[in-house]
Ligand binder design. Structure first.
Ligand SMILES: Cc1cc2nc3c(=O)[nH]c(=O)nc-3n(C[C@H](O)[C@H](O)[C@H](O)COP(=O)(O)O)c2cc1C
Ligand SMILES: [Mn+2]
Length: 479
């Protein structure tokens, strides 16, 4: 059964021990970001919870972060599935969308604040990279708008910079973001673009908002839910928003206005440059009583954002290679260190000497801007264990024969190693980068491994306590 709203999902996280409550008052100007940084650095993914900050200094509502991507397991819970089923769940929902149903009323209308009474700085917006970001940011907005020519609806996550009680800056990474197209079409006619920012919802809504969805994101959210999303009409436009959202900010993108936006701490681990960008003038805020504010935790990996990106992409790559191309791949993984974008590892059964390259090219053909580094290893290597991956690279590779560089390929978004002349520009489709493919499979018969036979090690594991060492065996064994 679908979660009705964010609250129902938070209850499930609580029951599974996956939501940690911070009762201490925290400062949104620096402390939330610093706590989340330590949570992601110090707690391994299999134990890492989402976090609810119950008391935010100067603000009257709690903040949750990590709710979609504290770990792949949390991501799977948000989708009401298991990690290995994530790709199937997405592909079923995309091929069988369920359109939303319009209802007359919903809890998101419990409180309606209009015009001069609106003050969005009352939301617990945080500074995510203190000393670098120029303002607090909304990091988890689901921004709804309509194509003025086709009438098609869109929802996408585009960060919002707080600029005043009734003004945000909005940032589009590139010119093929769907809402950017809406704004440009309206500007040609001299018209503003009505929009609505949805905050805090049943997780299928933000998950479709950050995913590359063709067509109506609400329909795919319905497909994920198995039942339609209930929507209500906005107060100040004809747009529709989820009836059970925590908070909705209505507004317009005024025609022809550009203001400085950024710099902002990016998912690569570096600051992204400031540039002129669009703004939203807020006209109305509607919210539930006692709303919960949801933020995405991003910036330097590991982060919620690299987990969301990486987990969704891993399963999509795997499905493409294993099912569509029938390649004997065991696992495919975009490393968190590369933000779930730049570094891809593939393990496979090397049935044919050409297979490692075929797998590399399959990855690049499937998604040309990702996987700046691709490393292919044999199926006995656990690619999620960095030590094993580096061991294979150390001893299975002859650099002059096994490392291949390909030039003039699509660039990874916001890659800071690209020349600075691109700073502040929209990521343009014609910016090129190069790629590295490393074949770290064994190309000939290797000598036997220099470790005791497995049965000897199994015996030791079984009797571990008898040897009197302090450390437990809970850490995954390396062999
Ligand atoms: C945590 C997170 C933050 C994001 N922030 C932005 C952003 O600020 N601007 C942007 O253009 N895309 C951003 N994205 C990517 C878009 O949300 C994503 O590509 C989405 O598919 C865009 O929707 P659209 O295809 O309907 O335009 C972000 C993604 C994630 C996971
Ligand atoms: Mn879209």
């Amino acid at each position: 059964m679908a979660y009705r709203d964010l609250r129902e999902y938070l209850k499930v996280l609580d029951e599974r021990g996956k939501l940690h409550h911070v009762k201490k008052e925290v400062d949104p100007e620096w402390e939330v970001a610093a706590v989340m940084r330590r949570v992601f650095q110090r707690i391994p993914p299999d134990q890492r919870p989402a976090v609810m900050f119950e008391r935010i200094k100067g603000h009257g509502m709690p903040l949750v972060a990590g709710v979609l991507g504290a770990s792949p397991e949390v991501y799977a819970l948000a989708l009401e599935t298991t990690v290995d089923q994530i790709a199937d769940k997405w592909s079923r929902a995309q091929t069988n969308p369920i359109p939303p149903v319009r209802v007359k009323a919903g809890p998101v209308k419990d409180n309606i604040v209009k015009d001069d009474r609106v003050d969005v700085s009352q939301l617990p917006l945080c500074v995510w990279t203190r000393g670098q970001d120029p303002a607090p940011y909304v990091t988890g907005p689901c921004v709804v708008s309509r194509d003025p020519e086709t009438g098609e609806r869109n929802m996408g996550t585009y960060r919002l910079m707080l600029k005043g009680k009734r003004r945000f800056g909005i940032y589009f990474t590139n010119t093929w973001r769907h809402m950017y197209v809406h704004v440009m079409k309206n500007e040609k006619q001299g018209r503003p673009t009505p929009c609505a920012v949805v905050l805090g919802c049943d997780p299928t809504v933000p998950l479709t908002s950050v995913a590359r969805v063709q067509g109506d994101e609400y329909g795919v959210a319905g497909g994920l839910r198995g039942i339609p999303l209930e929507v209500v009409k906005c107060e100040t436009s004809d747009l529709e928003v989820p009836a059970h959202a925590e908070i909705v900010i209505e507004g317009v993108v005024p025609c022809g206005v550009r203001e400085p936006e950024g710099p902002f701490g990016e998912y690569t681990g570096y600051m992204g440059a400031a540039a002129p960008s669009f703004v939203i003038d807020v006209t109305c805020v509607t919210h539930r009583s006692n709303p919960v504010y949801q933020a995405f935790f991003s910036q330097m990996p590991p982060s919620e954002s690299s987990c969301i990106r990486g987990t969704g992409r891993d399963v999509a790559f795997y499905k493409h290679m294993a099912r569509d191309l029938k390649l004997p791949v065991r696992d495919v993984h975009l490393l968190e260190a590369g933000g779930g974008a730049a570094f891809l590892a593939i393990s496979l059964r090397r049935d044919h000497p050409g297979l490692p390259h075929r797998a590399m090219w399959a990855a690049w053909a499937y998604e040309p801007s990702l996987s700046k580094f691709v490393v292919v290893v044999d199926e006995d290597i656990d690619i999620r264990d960095h030590f094993q991956l580096l061991w294979a690279m150390s001893w299975h590779v002859q650099p002059d024969q096994d490392i291949h560089i390909y030039r003039n390929t699509a660039a990874t978004a916001l890659d800071p190693s690209l020349a600075q002349e691109h700073d502040g520009e929209f990521e343009r489709a014609d910016i090129l980068s190069s790629k590295v493919g490393i074949d770290a499979t064994r190309k000939h018969k290797f000598p036997a491994r220099s470790i005791p036979p497995k049965e000897d090690l199994d015996k030791i594991d079984a009797d571990w306590n008898e040897y009197g060492f302090q450390s437990s065996l809970t850490q995954r064994s390396k062999e």
